[in-house]
Each structure stands twice: as structure tokens, then as C-alpha cells.
Write a protein that binds this ligand. Structure first.
Ligand code: PHE
Length: 363
């Protein structure tokens, strides 16, 4: 006998041995299954035959000695056996469960109105938990809570807010345009990029004086990373009345943050540009971790960037049909999502919209 013939004979032998082993395993398993009448024993049987250290695994160890051309067949057979055994186990499981229910029904113990033991109770999402607190604090300071549509017109999202036609925010790169067709006055439909359009809607609806916050979802066509997502939450603030100044804003913000974080927080204003305010500011608050001394979280500045704000631009008051000779006011907009991340030390913004239960269950 030539050497190669010898090898293939040996292979046949091994393969048929494996075939036999698999068939015997199947028979044994199905036979033992017949005698089982409770779920614990069933689990034991499953582990014995299909478990990681079970009998099937044991047989499959021999697969490495089967020559390459015969491996697919041996593999197919073992998969078939595995499916037959696990289907039989599943069928047995259902049978046992059915018998158990019937038994308890007969004994009169089965409460069909009892809540399912496997139901899961959800938790409040961290963004909404914080939003509820934000709303409570502002409500107690006399602010109402306003709302606006998430699908906005280009007019409310940009034009009425004094944002020029050629402003980069209107670019397709930054904004999700919903419709190609344009309304003659209101332009395209967009997913709102900010909560500021609610300013205009509220001014038109209620007139002056006004004192409101408008929380909600906003959308930007961003390349996402740990600190940028295409969907996030903002909170808009608007106060319109007679003799209003930025000093009122500073007082309101310090009061708000101190209550939210339950410790003394101060704010500072830097000049900033937003077309819908004049003058405009970037507002920072003192770092909560180091209290202004400087640490890694605030990049050793002692301050954390918080929001945009400013005195409402006369063109915006006009678009909101408010007499800018009589009334003035301020507006602000902050990223609620950022605040939540800081509050709970969440390292990646995308976790908040991921729906990942491992993350959500921590709250
Ligand atoms: N809407 C601005 C933004 O999204 C924030 C802002 C609101 C700035 C109100 C000034 C006044 O960046």
C-alpha cells in the first residue's frame, strides 16, 4: 500500500468513527431526554451533551485529525446532531412548562392576574431626570415652559433670528434639510439646529412681557465623536420686559446653577457673536470639580464653557412683533446634554442615544 492510500484509509476510519460517535451521542441524548420531567434535570442534560465541556465538544476534538477534504462533511453532521438535540431539549422544556401550568391550574394556585416575573422596570433617562430639575428651578423663578416643533421652517430657524442667507450654519453640512421644495416665505423645512426658533414663536403668540424656557431636541449634521452627536438637547431661555439688563441674566444663572448643583457656582461673561443678540456673550461657570482653582476637567482654566447668550437683537424682536422701543430682553441657549455629561461624568455623548441597557440601567 502506498503512503497516500494509507493516509486516506486512516481518514475514512477516523471519519466513520466520528460519524458513529455522533450518531450514538444523538441516540443517547434523545433516550435520556425521555426520562426527564423537570427543568433542573433538563438543564443538567443540556450541559452534559451540549455544554462547553460537554460530550459533543469532546467528540469534536477529534475533528482536528480528520483530513481537510472530509472536514466539511464531519462538520455538517455535527451541526445536524447539535440541532436535533437542542430542538428536542426545547420541545421538552415547553412540555414541562405546560404540565407545570396545568398542574397549578388544577390545584387552583395559578393567579392569571399576577405580574410576570420576567418583566423589567425601566429607569428615567439621565437627560430627562436633569431636565425635570431644570424645569422645576426655572418654574420656581417664574418662567413658563414653552415648546416648539422639531421640524422647523428655515424662516423660524434662521431668517427670523437675523441669520443671514449666506451664514455657514445654513449649509447642508450643518443642517438636515427635510424637503427640497421651498415655501415662498418660509423656505425649506429643516430639523431645527437650535431651540432659538421657539423665541420667535412665543413672542408672536404671547407678546411682551415674556419669561420662558424652551427645552428640546436639536439636530446637526455632525461628524460624530465622543463629544458631538447629531441629536442632542438644548434649553433656550428668554426674558422680555421693560428695563431688563444683563445683570438680571447673571443673577438668574447663578441662582439656577447653584440650585442645580447644590453648591455655590459663579458665572462669567466673555464677548461672543450670535446674529440674534447684540451684545452677545459666551457664558462660563466656575469649575465644579476644583471650584475655580484649575484641574483636568476645566483644562486648568478654572471655568467651564456653558452657553451662548445676549440681549435680544431688535430685528428679532421685530420678527416676533414686539415693539423694541418699549421692550427689551435677553436670551440664552445651553446644551443640556453637556450639562448632563458633566453631572454624571459620562465620557461619551453617544451613550445617551445608544439605547444600550448596560449604560441606561446605571441611572
Ligand atoms: N442658539 C445658540 C446655539 O445653538 C445659543 C444661543 C441662544 C445664543 C440664545 C445666544 C442666545 O449655539
Amino acid at each position: 500500500m502506498k503512503n497516500s492510500q494509507k493516509v486516506s484509509k486512516l481518514a475514512e476510519l477516523q471519519n466513520s468513527t466520528m460519524e458513529k460517535q455522533l450518531n450514538t451521542l444523538q441516540e443517547d441524548a434523545l433516550e435520556s431526554l425521555k426520562k426527564i420531567n423537570n427543568l433542573e434535570k433538563l438543564k443538567e442534560l443540556e450541559v452534559e451533551y451540549l455544554g462547553r465541556k460537554g460530550k459533543l465538544t469532546e467528540i469534536l476534538r477529534g475533528l482536528k485529525d480528520v483530513p481537510a477534504e472530509q472536514k466539511p462533511l464531519a462538520g455538517q453532521l455535527s451541526n445536524k446532531v447539535k440541532t436535533i438535540i437542542s430542538d428536542a431539549i426545547e420541545a421538552k422544556k415547553q412540555e414541562i412548562e405546560r404540565i407545570d401550568v396545568e398542574k397549578s391550574l388544577n390545584e387552583g394556585f395559578f393567579d392569571t392576574t399576577a405580574p410576570s416575573t420576567s418583566s423589567q422596570i425601566g429607569t428615567i433617562h439621565p437627560v430627562f431626570e436633569t431636565l425635570t430639575e431644570v424645569e422645576n428651578i426655572f418654574s420656581q423663578m417664574g418662567f413658563t415652559i414653552a415648546d416648539g416643533p422639531e421640524i422647523e421652517s428655515e424662516y423660524y430657524n434662521f431668517t427670523a433670528l437675523n441669520i443671514p442667507d449666506d451664514h455657514p450654519a445654513r449649509d447642508m453640512q450643518d443642517t438636515f434639510f427635510v424637503e427640497q421644495t421651498q415655501h415662498p416665505e418660509h423656505g425649506h423645512q429643516v430639523l431645527r439646529t437650535q431651540t432659538s426658533p421657539v423665541q420667535i414663536r412665543a413672542m408672536k403668540e404671547h407678546g411682551a412681557p415674556l419669561r420662558l424656557i424652551a427645552p428640546g431636541r436639536v439636530f446637526r449634521n455632525e461628524a460624530t465623536d465622543a463629544s458631538h452627536d447629531s441629536t442632542f438637547h438644548q434649553v433656550e431661555g428668554l426674558l422680555i420686559d421693560k428695563d431688563i439688563s444683563i445683570a438680571h441674566l447673571k443673577g438668574v444663572l447663578e441662582q439656577f446653577l447653584t440650585r442645580l448643583f447644590d453648591k455655590k457656582v459663579s458665572v462669567r461673561f466673555r464677548p461672543g457673536y450670535f446674529p440674534f443678540v447684540e451684545p452677545g456673550f459666551e457664558v462660563d461657570f466656575s469649575c465644579l470639580i476644583c471650584e475655580g482653582k484649575g484641574c483636568r476637567v476645566c483644562k486648568h482654566l478654572g471655568w467651564v464653557e456653558f452657553m451662548g447668550a445676549g440681549m435680544v437683537h431688535p430685528n428679532v424682536l421685530k420678527a416676533g412683533e414686539i415693539d423694541s422701543e418699549k421692550y427689551q430682553g435677553w436670551a440664552f441657549g445651553f446644551g443640556l446634554t453637556r450639562l448632563v455629561m458633566m453631572r454624571y461624568k459620562i465620557p461619551d455623548i453617544r451613550l445617551l442615544t445608544s439605547g444600550d441597557l448596560r449604560f441606561l440601567k446605571q441611572f
